[in-house]
Design a protein. Structure first.
Length: 133
């Protein structure tokens, strides 16, 4: 049976030392919904690597850019929406590539055939140039 890698989890005291902030600051971030640490059965907060990256971003926004917690919440929500949109766009692009690939494969397997629409073949004349006044 393959061994599963354990992801590192950090207690609140360790995280507060890592970022040189008071543990109450982390509790505030959680209360405001900015971070969601997991909990043990004994209700101890455990912070993952993703949580640490999010805390680092929150601290950068508040300390370096002067954004308040309400602004941080808006920024984090927008980042999540952008990531969701990126994933959806990637999925749609991959679906289009699959369809185009199948069409190309199909056309390669039936050489000499030209797809004809309902109206048959039609010639397209080049667009007329307008003279400017």
């Amino acid at each position: 049976m393959p061994r599963r890698k354990k992801k590192a989890l950090y207690m609140i005291s360790v995280v507060s030392e890592m970022f040189n902030i008071h543990p109450q600051t982390l509790r505030t971030y959680e209360r405001e919904g900015l971070i969601r640490p997991s909990r043990t059965e004994g209700n101890t907060r455990l912070y993952s690597q993703d949580d640490l990256e999010r805390i680092e971003l929150i601290l950068r926004l508040t300390n370096e850019l002067g954004v308040n917690l309400a602004g941080v919440e808006v920024i984090l929500n927008m980042r999540e929406q952008m990531e969701q949109m990126r994933l959806e766009t990637t999925e749609a692009f991959e679906a289009v590539l699959r369809v185009v690939g199948e069409e190309v494969l199909h056309r390669r397997q039936s050489p000499g055939l030209i797809p004809v629409g309902r109206r048959g073949l039609s010639r397209r004349s080049p667009p007329q140039r307008r003279e400017s006044p």
